[in-house]
Design a protein around this ligand. Structure first.
Ligand SMILES: O=C(O)[C@H](O)[C@H](O)COP(=O)(O)O
Length: 299
């Protein structure tokens, strides 16, 4: 496995940027933690735009729709067109509609937030669950029963997860072997406020354990549906495209799977020792303490 190249000087930054026309950029842990932009990021993104680079934002965070992410970028004073934003909620709705051809007469039970329900709505896909099961009332098991019209259970990031949601999702999957079990992504953690919290992959562990069943499909990085959705909208020259991420097993693996070059930044989940240990399973082409370090070129 080749040794990753650490970018550490102005000369390194300049020659790195000259190699690529397109950058795929992860969001949580690269651009921001929650609603806090990481230092230097705004300047670097503006620099990349000035240099005529194409930017594509690729996030496994399904809590927001494409439109809501577009609003978030605007509030953070970052230029980003909606068609440059690929969130796992958007690609999941796209995949259900165009690839899985999800039947119109069926509906989806959702564990997740408005990102998912807004994108399903836009594709005309019926759903139930999500915030309607947020309530903190005692569970009434008589209110949980098989429903053959539920054709899939879809799980994404849900900061209002509760026993009732897991029990209803379990019920639909346990009572109907034809019911699909889908995840927007399976990140084990989410970088937030300089630390980590349980991510989507950890929230669905109770379902996997209790059903003794793995999901039928996971949409987000490092998986193919995310890349298929991007390449359906953008022609990528893989030799001149670089994936920038903070997480080895999603972002960097996603870039490797897509035959892209990869840059790991250390402001999120993965750390320098993860790539310098002997026989590291996943290694980026380049790495850098933070994306903001490239703002050295703005001076
Ligand atoms: O769903 C999750 O676990 C998180 O939203 C995910 O870790 C963040 O996605 P990213 O922007 O890093 O792809």
């Amino acid at each position: 496995m080749p040794t990753p190249i650490k970018l550490s000087s102005r000369k390194d930054y300049e020659s790195f940027l000259e190699k690529f026309d397109t950058f795929l950029l992860d969001c949580d842990g690269v651009l921001w933690h929650g609603n806090t932009l990481l230092p230097g990021v705004r300047e670097v993104l503006a620099l990349l735009r000035q240099k005529g680079k194409r930017l594509i934002f690729v996030t496994n965070n399904s809590a927001k729709s494409r439109a809501s992410y577009s609003l978030k970028f605007k509030k953070l004073n970052i230029e980003a067109n909606e068609n440059e934003i690929f969130g796992s909620a958007y690609i999941t709705a796209y995949y259900l509609k165009n690839i899985l051809k999800f039947p119109k007469e069926k509906k989806i039970y959702v564990i997740g937030e408005s990102g998912i329900t807004e994108e399903l709505d836009l594709e005309g896909i019926r759903f139930c669950g999500s915030s309607e099961d947020n309530d903190g009332n005692d569970i009434d098991f008589n209110n949980i029963y098989p429903d053959p019209t539920v054709g899939a259970v879809l799980c994404g990031l849900d900061t209002r997860i509760n026993y009732k949601k897991i029990a209803k999702a379990f019920n639909y999957l346990y009572s109907n072997p034809d019911c699909l079990f889908l995840l927007t992504n399976d990140d084990s953690t989410i970088p937030y406020n300089g630390t980590l919290y349980p991510g989507t992959g950890s929230l669905v562990a109770p379902l996997i354990k209790s059903l003794n069943r793995n999901p039928d499909a996971v949409m987000g990085k490092p998986n193919k549906p995310m890349m298929d959705c991007i390449t359906n909208e953008f022609q990528l020259d893989v030799e001149r495209t670089c994936m920038i991420g903070d997480r080895l097993d999603t972002d960097i693996q996603f870039g490797i799977n897509g035959k892209l070059k990869t840059l790991l930044v250390l402001t999120g989940v993965s750390k320098e020792h993860d790539i310098l240990i002997e026989n590291a399973p996943i290694v980026p082409d380049y790495y850098l303490p933070s994306l903001g370090d490239l703002s050295e070129l703005c001076k």
